[in-house]
Each structure stands twice: as structure tokens, then as C-alpha cells.
Design a binder for this molecule. Structure first.
Ligand SMILES: [Zn+2]
Length: 405
């Protein structure tokens, strides 16, 4: 993809009112445009990242056996009245009849009635990736806390609590995998159910200075706890010294019990012939928040440093008056499955390098008269300060190896 076509509108002025790195860098690099507090447009390059994050989440949810659906954002208020959640202050009401969805138990539970009559229909689980709305009074911190944001929410129905618990653990493992693939180390924290339920729930938190929560954690074995739950200094699991840091909640999983199946009178016939309520769980990941969290965890003073798995492109070719050769290399790499952005703009070198650092594509290749005299390009990884020359003959294999590992 040529930058002369694929416009990236970088901005000198970053918003300082957001008080977070992700907002500053995303706006500066032209990944998003801030429309109002907590409301953003994803620009072409930003949308590429968002889609990659979504793809990872979809793959992991599909693996645990959830089926993707797409529910409406407009939810009848009467559904929320059934669950006594109509008046909650996070809800955006459009008129007397509708609420903009901030959670979807009120749609999925009546919907599941179509599938569930007998224990033979269970377990069954659905998820969606969709826009959610929350009337957030403190919308700030860029993508970390929005009024309109993208979320993955999943819901499962089970014949027994034991079956639910087994599935719940499978989802927890899938969550660790999602965050790992997105370049983040996450910690699982036991939490109360809050507004959702009085049953047990877990948060998946990532350490970042932009976080609003604080946790104590063990880097060695992964033990983590909310600081509210008491001050301890050594890990109760492995005895290592615990650390304390700010963190952001990237995902959560809830035991919903029978609350919603009772509210919507969703019953099934069990093996004994009794008509009972299925056991339910729900599973959330803030997709756009995750994108913001990745930046909080991966950046330096010059810009973003995307992990290869979610980077908008794999390779950034900087052409210094060598557009023809750059285009040749682009085509060869692309035919090998590498996503390439070529800076073929009529700009000075300094501006091209600064923009490249800001955008944060993992691998930068410079094609200039000087490098071509050696039949080479200059190779520099965004996460490293070192640059080296590499022969064009060997380039494709090297790039493919680098991106795949
Ligand atoms: Zn430990």
C-alpha cells in the first residue's frame, strides 16, 4: 500500500485533556479522530489495528465453542424492566421505548429460548463484537474509557452449575491467550459481581500507568489481587515478593447464575424430566479499550511500537527518492503474505522517519541510493535502536521469518 494513496493524517498537536498516552499517540498518528469526549472515529490505519484485535478475539472465542451473532444496539426498554436494569445510570435512553445497549443479557436470554427446550440442547454459547454505549460521566483516557466503544460480549447457558464452571475456566484460558497474542501480560483477579450479579466474577487486568485501578501481583506465578482485599507482601502461592502497580481491566467473566433465565422464564427439561432454569455465564472484553491498552504498554517517546500480531502493517518501506525499487520490493513481500506500507510521499527524509516512528510499524526498511549501491536495504526494527544492511536477495526470507516468529 502506497502512502500517496493510503492517507495517514498525522497531527502535530495532540490532545492533552485526555491525560493518557494512547489518546495522544492515536490522534497524533492519525489512527483516530476525537469527535467528542469518549467518542471516536477510526481512521483507515486505526481500523486495521481494531480489526486485527477483533480477529484474535474471534479466533479464541470460536475455539472454545461460542457462536458469533450480531444483536441490535436498540433494545426495548420493557426487556430491561424485566431484569430491573432499566433505570441504571449508565444507560443511554433514546426515547420512551428504547435503550442503547450497554450489555445484552436482555436480548440473548429471550433469544436463547428458541434453542433451549431440553438438556440435549445444552450447553450453548454465543458472542458478538459490537458497539456498546455507556453514559460515562468520566469519559477520558482515550480508548480506555469511552461513551461509545467496541466490545466483545459472550453468554453461555448450561444444564448444571458444574458444566458452567468447566466452561468458565475454558473461557478464562482463552482470555489469557487473547491478551498474550495481543502482546500483553494479563493477571486474573477475583472480584465481586458488582451490579451484574452477587456471584463470583473475575477481572483480567493489564499493568499500565494509565490504569485507574491498583493491584498487587506476582510476576513469577501470575497471582494477583485487588489492593482493596488487604495488604500482603509476599505471594501466597509461591512466596516471591509481590509488586504493586496501576492497572486497567481489559476483560471480565461473570457467573450470572439463574438471574436472567428466571427473569425471562427460560426453562429446559433435565434428564429427570424436571423443568428448571439453565445456569448462565457472561464474558466481556473491551475491544477498543484493548487497542488503547496495547499502546499504553508498547510505546516510547517517539511513538507507538505495535506488536507484530496487531500492527496495522508488518513492514514500513521508506523510499528516499527510489519509488520504483521500493514498489518492486513491496510487490515481492506482499506476494509472500507480508503487509507492506510504502512511504512514497514527496517529503524530506526526517519527516518520513519521524512519522514512521510515530506510527510504530514493527519493521522499517529504508530504500535509498546509498543502500541500493550495495544491493541492500537498511533494516531497523521499531523496538530496537540498531540498524543493519541486508541484501535484497535475502530480504524476503528474512522478513517472512521475522514476522512469523
Ligand atoms: Zn507467586
Amino acid at each position: 500500500m502506497k502512502q500517496s494513496f493510503f492517507k495517514i493524517q498525522t497531527n502535530k498537536d495532540a490532545p492533552h485533556d485526555e491525560g493518557s498516552i494512547n489518546a495522544e499517540l492515536l490522534v497524533k498518528a492519525g489512527f483516530v479522530k476525537k469527535e467528542s469526549a469518549g467518542v471516536f472515529t477510526y481512521m483507515p490505519i486505526g481500523l486495521r489495528v481494531l480489526k486485527k484485535v477483533q480477529h484474535i478475539i474471534r479466533e479464541e472465542m470460536d475455539k472454545v465453542g461460542m457462536q458469533e451473532v450480531l444483536m441490535p444496539t436498540l433494545i426495548q426498554k420493557e426487556n430491561f424492566e424485566k431484569t430491573k436494569r432499566a433505570g441504571v445510570d449508565v444507560a443511554f435512553e433514546t426515547d420512551r421505548n428504547y435503550i442503547l445497549g450497554w450489555s445484552h443479557e436482555e436480548i440473548i436470554t429471550p433469544l436463547a429460548k428458541q434453542y433451549i427446550n431440553s438438556y440435549k440442547n445444552l450447553p450453548i454459547a454465543f458472542y458478538q463484537v459490537q458497539t456498546k454505549f455507556r453514559n460515562e460521566p468520566r469519559a477520558k483516557s482515550g480508548l480506555l474509557r469511552g461513551r461509545e466503544f467496541i466490545m466483545k460480549d459472550g453468554y453461555s447457558f448450561h444444564a448444571t452449575k458444574e458444566d458452567f464452571q468447566e466452561f468458565y475456566e475454558k473461557v478464562a484460558e482463552a482470555y489469557f491467550e487473547v491478551f498474550k497474542r495481543a502482546g500483553l501480560r494479563s493477571y486474573r483477579i477475583t472480584a465481586g459481581g458488582g451490579d451484574f450479579s452477587k456471584n463470583i466474577s473475575h477481572e483480567f487486568s493489564v499493568i499500565t500507568q494509565a490504569g485507574e485501578d491498583v493491584m498487587i501481583y506476582c510476576e513469577k506465578c501470575g497471582f494477583a489481587q485487588n489492593t482493596e482485599l488487604g495488604e500482603i507482601t509476599s505471594c501466597p502461592k509461591c512466596n516471591s515478593t509481590l509488586k504493586k502497580d496501576k492497572c486497567v481491566e481489559a476483560g471480565n467473566i461473570f457467573d450470572l447464575g439463574e438471574k436472567y433465565t428466571q427473569d425471562f422464564d427460560l426453562k429446559f427439561t433435565n434428564e429427570k424430566g424436571e423443568s428448571i432454569y439453565p445456569y448462565m455465564g457472561c464474558y466481556g472484553i473491551g475491544v477498543s479499550r484493548l487497542m488503547g491498552t496495547i499502546i499504553e504498554a508498547h510505546h516510547d517517546e517517539n511513538g507507538m511500537i505495535w506488536p507484530k500480531t496487531v500492527a496495522p502493517f508488518h513492514v514500513h518501506i521508506i523510499s528516499l527518492d527510489q519509488n520504483e525499487k521500493a514498489s518492486e520490493i513491496e510487490k515481492i513481500l506482499e506476494s509472500n503474505g507480508i503487509e507492506v506500507l510504502v512511504d512514497d510521499r514527496d517529503e524530506r527524509a526526517g519527516k518520513k522517519f519521524a512519522d514512521s516512528d510515530l506510527i510504530g510499524i514493527p519493521l522499517r526498511l529504508v530504500v535509498s541510493k546509498k543502500t541500493l549501491e550495495q544491493d541492500s536495504v537498511e533494516w531497523k526494527e521499531r523496538s530496537s535502536d540498531e540498524a543493519k544492511m541486508i541484501k535484497i536477495d535475502e530480504l524476503t526470507e528474512e522478513v517472512v521469518n521475522y514476522i512469523k516468529n
